[in-house]
Structures are given as structure tokens and as C-alpha cells.
Design a protein around this ligand. Structure first.
Ligand code: NZQ
Ligand code: ZN
Length: 388
């Protein structure tokens, strides 16, 4: 049965070429703004200049250096500045890492407790009444962070990577200009396509509860990603391909397709541990886990695997087991077509060692993952051992 749900998403999307000057209308005139960004790509591609011009006479502080997989210690430096300088508006300009980092800064600056890591690792959000408002200029389609209330924060000093979600951290607005993606290296586009694709599968590839629209929406997103991928990877960039990719990635994780339906997210949970322990990029971890998780959970996921195989790849003729094999192969083949490996061994990681380390971490946290909450450390280890 479809579960009861509410749907809430207050983020205003401003989409299209030449949208960055709209910042001037979107941010209050009297705001004291902190502009947060990453390692400097926005300086090279002209986005920084466009943003600063659009902010006009406002007082603007800058905080750069937010790394991919944003680090707690870096972000706490921004929090200190926000408090000291009484910043009252944040602007994230970058990919998922900068946006997630800004979400953390937004709540951590208003946190009334002793240990801000509790926002991510415990119940610290209870000690936040009102977050610092923020908007975003997205430069990398992938995570959906620009239109959702999630953030994933890393802490290198303890090799942890954990997520939190709260309605306090919906961006007030996000500017999506497909031309900001023109400077992306092909590898980041590949990562973005794979991340968005796996987001859809995490919310779709579970078991049927009678949903019709959510499934058709999810399949539309998967088919759109498959259709647009070859063109989105091309240089010189094609505007419509980048526009379709950008809007599809946003819709893949903006709270719409998961309403009232079961969700998995085990691939992401396992993937975050792989990033924390081995430093793989987020999407690389997903592609090295998902096909093997599909394999391992093929019985529990049978109905949806058959539906996915048929509706997305047109696989229908063979026996159930053959259809499922072909569906998993087609998923891996799509990733391979983008140049994305689907094994841990491709990164020189020993699957047996990763199985031990990640499996025991999952157990130590007491996690039972997946839509049936039946994936324990032992199962995670079995899934990772297959990744070779
Ligand atoms: O830091 P800069 O110099 O800007 O360079 C970045 C970074 O090196 C570069 N880049 C971004 N836009 C660019 C560009 N280079 C040239 N031109 C541009 N227009 O790309 C590199 C990667 O950026 P990053 O923000 O790390 O990538 P992504 O958007 O994939 O974000 C990954 C983070 O988001 C989390 C991941 O776990 C990871 O920490 N996720 C967040 C989610 C959410 N909030 O809902 C969901 C996801 O599942 C994911 O877990
Ligand atoms: Zn993801």
C-alpha cells in the first residue's frame, strides 16, 4: 500500500542561460552575504565574476576552499566567520560539496549546543531553531542538493562521512544555468550522470506498493539520463544536452519520486564508507556497489528488476532469471559506456579487505540497510566481495 505522505519543497528554481544576474533580485538588498565556493573552478570559468557583479553593492565576505566531500573542520572555520561577522545570508556557488557544506554552515552557525558534529552524527538539529537563509548557484548537476533538504558531511580526522536532512536546509532559491557546466571535466559529467541515475534507482528499485505515477516518473528520469548521456559528455558542449541533464539530475532527488514508496539507499550508505576509507569519488563508489547489490538482492527486488528491465531496456523475452541477469548487465553497460568502472579492483582496492573493513563498520554502527532493513555487515561484506 502507498504510505501516507506530505510533499513540501520550497526551493525556487531559476533555470536557464544568463540567469546569474537574477541574484540581485533573489537576495535581500541589505543582506550581509557570505559567498561560499570550492577549490577555485569558479574563478577560471567566469562564474565568480558574474556572481560578484550581480551582488552589486551588498557587503560580501568570501569563503573558498570547500573541498569535494566537504570537511567538517573546513566548514567550522566558515561557521566562526559567519558568527563573528554577523553574516545573515549564505550563497553557495558550486557543486554538491559546496552546497552541502553551506547547508551545514547554515545550521551550525545557529546551533545552541557544545558539539556541532552532533548535527550530523546525533540529534544536534534539535538545538537549531532557525538556520541562516541561503541560496545556490549550481555548477555541477549530480546530487540534487540544490533542491533538497539533505547534506553529506565528511570528517577526515575520524574517517567518517555521514548525512543529515532537515527542512531547515532547503535552499531558498537555486540558479541553474546549463552554461555553468561547460567548464566541467568529462569525468565530473560522467560522475554526475551516474549519481543521478543511482538516486533514481535507490527510490525505485525496491518492491511494488501499487504506485503508478512515482514509477513512471522514475522511469522517465532513467530514460532521460540514458538518452542525454552521450551528448551531455560531448565537447564542445551542447546547450540542450546540458540543460536536459541539469534538470533531470535535479528532479532525480528533490523529494518527488519517493513520495509514499519504499526506498533503498544501501548503495549510498556503503558508498559513503568507501569514500571515507579509500577516498573514491562519490559516484565511483556507487557504480562499484550497485550492480553487485542488485545481484545479491535479486530475489527481494525481483518484481521491480523485471519491470525496470522491461520498461527501461526493453528486456522481456527470457526466463525471469535471465531477464534479471540481462537487466543488471545493461545497467553496468550503461555505466561502462560513460567510462565508469563497476568494480573495486579497478581502483586497486582489494574487495576482500574492503568487505572486512566496511562490513565491520556497518555492524559497529548497528545499521540494517535497504528497503527491508535486512542488510547487515555480513551482507555488505558479501556484496563488496563480488565487486571484482
Ligand atoms: O571545488 P571546485 O574548484 O569548484 O571544483 C569542483 C570539484 O573539484 C569541480 N567543479 C564543480 N563545478 C565545476 C567544476 N569544475 C569545473 N567547472 C565547473 N562548473 O568538480 C569537483 C567535484 O565537485 P563536488 O561538488 O564535490 O561534486 P558533486 O556535485 O558530485 O558533489 C559530491 C558531494 O555531494 C554529496 C556527495 O556525497 C559528495 O560529498 N551528495 C549529496 C547529496 C545531497 N545533498 O542530496 C546526495 C548525493 O547522493 C551525494 O551523497
Ligand atoms: Zn548520490
Amino acid at each position: 500500500m502507498i504510505s501516507n505522505f506530505t510533499f513540501y519543497n520550497p526551493t525556487r528554481i531559476v533555470f536557464g542561460s544568463g540567469s546569474i544576474p537574477r541574484l540581485n533580485k533573489l537576495i535581500p538588498k541589505k543582506a550581509k552575504v557570505m559567498l561560499l565556493y570550492g577549490g577555485g573552478s569558479i574563478m577560471k570559468n567566469g562564474i565568480y565574476d558574474q556572481v560578484v557583479t550581480a551582488l552589486k553593492k551588498r557587503e560580501v565576505l568570501e569563503f573558498g576552499g570547500i573541498e569535494p566531500n566537504p570537511d567538517y573542520d573546513t566548514l567550522m572555520k566558515a561557521v566562526k566567520q559567519v558568527k563573528k561577522k554577523q553574516v545573515d545570508y549564505l550563497l553557495a556557488v558550486g557543486g554538491g560539496s559546496v552546497i552541502d557544506g553551506t547547508k551545514f554552515v547554515s545550521v551550525a552557525a545557529a546551533y545552541q549546543g557544545d558539539d556541532p558534529w552532533e548535527i550530523v552524527a546525533g540529534d544536534g538539529l534539535k538545538k537549531v531553531k532557525k538556520a541562516v537563509p541561503f541560496g545556490t548557484v549550481l555548477t555541477l548537476p549530480a546530487t540534487g542538493s540544490e533542491m533538497n533538504h539533505n547534506a553529506v558531511i565528511s570528517r577526515r580526522s575520524t574517517q567518517e562521512k555521514l548525512s543529515f536532512g532537515s527542512d531547515l536546509v532547503f535552499p531558498q532559491f537555486s540558479i541553474l544555468d546549463p552554461e555553468t557546466t561547460y567548464s566541467l571535466p568529462q569525468k565530473q559529467i560522467r560522475n554526475g550522470i551516474v549519481d543521478a541515475y543511482v538516486h533514481v534507482l535507490e527510490q525505485y528499485l525496491t518492491y511494488p506498493v501499487g504506485q503508478i505515477l512515482q514509477d513512471r516518473q522514475a522511469e522517465a528520469l532513467l530514460l532521460s539520463l540514458i538518452e542525454v548521456a552521450p551528448k551531455a559528455m560531448q565537447f564542445p558542449p551542447d546547450y540542450n544536452a546540458r540543460a536536459n541533464f541539469m534538470w533531470t539530475a535535479t528532479n532525480a532527488l528533490n523529494h518527488l519520486i519517493n513520495r509514499g514508496v519504499p526506498e533503498d539507499w544501501a548503495t549510498h550508505d556503503i558508498g559513503h564508507e568507501l569514500t571515507a576509507l579509500y577516498g573514491l569519488a562519490h559516484a565511483e563508489t556507487l557504480a562499484a556497489v550497485l550492480p553487485w547489490l542488485m545481484w545479491y538482492k535479486r530475489k527481494e527486488k525481483q518484481a521491480k528488476l523485471l519491470q525496470y528491465g522491461y520498461r527501461v531496456f526493453g528486456i522481456k523475452t527470457q526466463k525471469y532469471s535471465e531477464r534479471i541477469d540481462k537487466t543488471i548487465e545493461a545497467t553496468a553497460a550503461f555505466f561502462h559506456s560513460l567510462g565508469m568502472p563497476t568494480t573495486l579492483t579497478a581502483y586497486g582496492i582489494d574487495p576482500d579487505e574492503a568487505a572486512e573493513r566496511v562490513g565491520s563498520r556497518i555492524d559497529a554502527r548497528g545499521w540494517q540497510l535497504g528497503e527491508h532493513h535486512d542488510i547487515t555487515g555480513k551482507d555488505v561484506a558479501a556484496i563488496l566481495r563480488l565487486s571484482q
